[in-house]
Design a binder for this molecule. Structure first.
Ligand SMILES: Cc1cc2nc3c(=O)[nH]c(=O)nc-3n(C[C@H](O)[C@H](O)[C@H](O)COP(=O)(O)OP(=O)(O)OC[C@H]3O[C@@H](n4cnc5c(N)ncnc54)[C@H](O)[C@@H]3O)c2cc1C
Length: 285
């Protein structure tokens, strides 16, 4: 049976939090996850709270040593950000891979984070960046690491009356390179079968000063690969070392068989993407 659906369009974060508290409605940003989920009957709501008219939540800016991305920043604005191009190019790679242009114009980074899909493509890069999320409710705000925010497929630490306002991370040191790679079936409509975000900072002698590796779609939540990172840290980057590290990252994941790929394929995919990422960033291929 059809039921009435109210649409609220708050003009401030405080108003949005209040409406959320009063109605228990469903927040909608770009709607590229919410609308299909609603059509599939995956949740019911009497009120949709449209965040798209909130001012200033779509900005991408520097704040001291931090880069701050507003929850409503869409993939097109990420792709076009000079700041991100200069500091975290892997975020532009992600934004250019998500859906087609229509999805990139509507879909937001905040929506991807709160949706918390194991295959959400912004999540491995944000984990590699040690990103934090800023959550607001009518009483104030709190900031927590993304690694604590993500709790399981579609599950996060967001409280019922909270909104995500910002994602923040420390600006990587000058010279840090980064890349995002993924395996998927069809460009434009694809959900990652495996994805990998890699960051690398080398000194003049090719010694690794900093390395971070995060994987998507190979565990209930995107994960880091601490053992491979520890193996690489402080070493001179060589193809043999990369091979060893890539092999190690396979053990970090716990992939499953599903309609998009088998666990075995995913394990192989982890190794391929990590190897490819490190070779590319190290200028070895
Ligand atoms: C054709 C197509 C292709 C796609 N391709 C990809 C892809 O390649 N990779 C990928 O990762 N995803 C992909 N997606 C999924 C989707 O586009 C992304 O997850 C997108 O970032 C979601 O953002 P949104 O603003 O549309 O979120 P919405 O659909 O508006 O919301 C998503 C969830 O987040 C909640 N929410 C949103 N904003 C906030 C906030 N500020 N505070 C609190 N809660 C909030 C909503 O209540 C909802 O639960 C695709 C979707 C489509 C339709």
């Amino acid at each position: 049976m059809m039921h009435e659906l109210r649409l609220e369009t708050p003009r401030s974060l405080a108003e949005a939090s209040r409406i959320l508290k009063e109605t228990g409605g469903k927040v909608i940003a770009g709607g590229t996850d919410v609308i299909p989920q609603m059509r599939d009957g995956r949740f019911e709501a009497n009120t949709l709270i449209d965040l798209s008219r909130l001012p200033d939540l779509d900005t991408i800016k520097e704040e001291g040593d931090f880069i701050v991305i507003g929850a409503l920043a869409n993939y097109t604005s990420i792709r076009q950000s000079q700041l991100l191009q200069e500091t975290v190019p892997m975020l532009l790679e992600v934004a250019g891979l998500v859906g087609g242009l229509q999805t990139q114009n509507r879909g937001t980074i905040g929506g991807n984070v709160v949706n918390a899909s194991p295959a959400g493509d912004t999540l491995p890069p944000l984990l590699a960046l040690n990103a934090e999320v800023v959550l607001n409710n009518s009483d104030g705000e709190r900031t927590i690491p993304l690694s604590d925010f993500l709790q399981g497929p579609g599950q996060t630490a967001i409280a019922p009356h909270e909104l995500l306002s910002e994602i923040r991370f420390q600006k990587p040191p000058a010279g840090t390179k980064s890349t995002f790679l993924r395996l998927g079936n069809r460009r434009g409509m694809v959900i990652s079968i495996v994805s990998a975000a890699t960051m690398l900072l080398l000194d003049g002698g090719n010694k690794i000063e900093e390395v971070r590796i995060a994987l998507g779609a190979v565990a209930p939540i995107p994960i880091r690969c601490p053992e491979a990172e520890a193996l690489l840290q402080g070493q001179v980057l060589t193809e043999a070392l990369i091979e060893q590290a890539a092999e190690m990252t396979v053990k970090a994941g716990s992939p499953i068989d599903d309609v998009r790929g088998t666990a075995t394929y995913r394990q192989h995919g982890i190794k391929v993407l990590v190897r490819r990422g490190l070779l590319k960033l190290g200028g070895l291929r």
